[in-house]
Design a protein around this ligand. Structure first.
Ligand code: MG
Length: 492
């Protein structure tokens, strides 16, 4: 649920992500495990033992108001709805267990970590569902399991009671449109895979409304992979271990090459030379600073009137995104920061950084990207104030807020300050330091380390290697570029 909540929290800030790492819902428990059976207590324990995030189970009420866990309306011909507990307690599952009372099932759940997906089955006499739901919600609460339980059902009657009384996520099993689902008070969709295959846009529409997507019942490798590739938040399956393996493979730690480079507004090198340098580094993402667009400077004679971002993107074959800090020199002339990316963007935004002393305005350019078609990733570029450590610290704090999104985020920039400064201390404490300590400025004979790369959250990143460009009187900028190879763990 962690990633779904993160995606919901993000809804106002970023386009809701194709949420993140999907969770596995063991359908009727892990009933294909040895000694197990559908909806047995053993199946619940086995689902927990393999680390499935959730266990789905089905609930009926007997004629004498006792709740039972079972899928079918009957057990060996004994209709639960019309039988009494005296009869039902003697009914056996295929593994020899008695048909579990909900009470016993929940008592076992209390001793485990797994979350519960409670399905109320549609009863012939719908008024029995009312009694069952009221009893069930109270029983879940009495056992301290409210926070670990979500509800699903095909019955519109039971659904309305769940929405009214549970205070928990309620996912509808009938494949209604996202619009209708919202109108009736559902908090998410739990639909058959064919519903989503027929309506592929629904997943995006549900995410846009902050609603999680659960897909059932997917057992083949092809179907499970389809769910992963299409951004399912929850995968309901009779093959939880297969789903776990495929998810682990899809979200295996991934190597990325990231770069940060202050271009000194093109004073010292042509776009051709700068593009060559970037292209040779072969980065996934580049954070650029001091980027001119269409502006004119007497100092930058190679590059007057050029849109640096378009030019570099075209020459490197990367996507280019610009964040304006200032209008500069001519109408439609701008100065700012930029991002180059190998990966397509979902959304790119510019944020003005705190500027209490009303000096030159600074910005954060933050992009949300999709890696390998399905993994959300944030990359950002910034260029801090150079006049005051207090302002830099404020800017660092602000940037941290903008990168705390529940999605792995890398920030590259010219921070105009060194490791001992309050701003860099703050960023290093909160995030993973993904660059080195060699000086980067001035490029001809470097003395200061002003260019840094950080990753958030800290646990999701590991620095494999890092280097700086070569110091030279003929360097292409007054800063050396910083190039790091990092590993991102999407499951942290
Ligand atoms: Mg079910």
């Amino acid at each position: 649920m962690k990633h779904i909540l993160a995606a919901l929290a993000l809804a106002s800030a970023l386009i809701p992500a194709e949420a993140g790492v999907p969770e596995v819902v063991a359908h009727r428990g892990y009933h294909r495990a040895p000694g197990s059976a559908e909806n047995s207590i053993r199946a619940l324990v086995k689902a927990d033992s393999i680390g499935a995030e959730k266990c789905e189970f089905d609930v009926w009420i007997s004629a004498d108001d006792v709740l039972y866990v079972n899928h079918n309306a009957d057990v060996d011909g004994v209709i639960i709805e019309t039988a009494t507990s005296e009869t039902l307690d003697n009914c056996k599952l295929k593994n020899g267990e008695s048909v579990p009372r909900l009470d016993a099932f929940l008592d076992t759940a209390k001793t485990l970590d797994i979350e519960l997906v409670f399905e109320m089955k549609p009863h012939k006499d719908r008024s029995r569902e009312d009694v069952a739901m009221v009893k069930a919600i109270k029983m879940v609460a009495d056992k301290g399991l409210t926070e670990r339980t979500s509800y699903i059902t095909f019955s519109r009657n039971a659904f309305d009671i769940m929405v009214r009384d549970s205070g928990r996520p309620v996912l509808y099993l009938n494949g209604v449109s996202p619009q209708v689902l919202k109108e009736i008070g559902g908090t998410g969709a739990d639909y058959h895979i064919n519903v989503f295959r027929k309506n592929p846009d629904w997943i995006k529409q549900l995410h846009a409304q902050g609603m999680p997507v659960n897909i059932w019942t997917v057992d083949s490798e092809a179907d499970i992979q389809w769910c992963i590739d299409h951004g399912a938040d929850l995968i309901t399956t009779n093959e939880p271990e297969l789903a776990q393996r495929l998810i682990a493979k899809a979200y295996a730690p991934r190597e990325l090459k990231v770069m940060s480079y202050n271009l000194r507004f093109g004073e010292l090198a042509s776009m051709e030379r700068l593009a060559k340098e970037i292209k040779e580094a072969d980065p996934d993402f580049v954070a650029l600073q001091e980027v001119d667009v269409n502006s004119f400077r007497t100092a930058a004679k190679f590059n007057n009137g050029i849109n640096f971002v378009n030019e570099l993107a075209q020459r490197t074959g990367l996507f280019g995104f610009f964040g304006r800090t200032l209008n500069f020199s001519v109408k439609d002339g701008y100065y700012g920061v930029a991002i180059l990316s190998k990966h397509p963007a979902v959304k790119v935004e510019t944020f003005e950084l705190p500027n209490p002393k009303a000096v030159e305005q600074r910005v954060l350019l933050r992009g949300e990207f999709l890696l390998d078609g399905h993994k959300p990733f944030v990359f950002a570029s910034t260029h801090f104030d150079y006049t005051s450590p207090e302002t830099q610290e404020l800017q660092a704090r602000y940037v941290l807020g903008k990168l705390d999104t529940g999605i792995p985020a890398v920030l590259g920039g010219d921070f105009n300050c060194e490791a001992s400064s309050p701003a860099i201390k703050l960023l290093s404490e909160d995030g993973a330091v993904l660059s080195g300590s060699n000086p980067t400025f001035p490029a001809k004979a470097p003395e200061k380390r002003l260019d840094h790369i950080f990753g958030f959250p800290k646990a999701a990143f590991r620095l494999e290697s890092t280097r700086e460009g070569t110091a030279s009187p003929y360097a292409a900028s007054d800063h050396l570029p910083v190039i790091s190879v990092i590993e991102t763990d999407f499951r942290k």
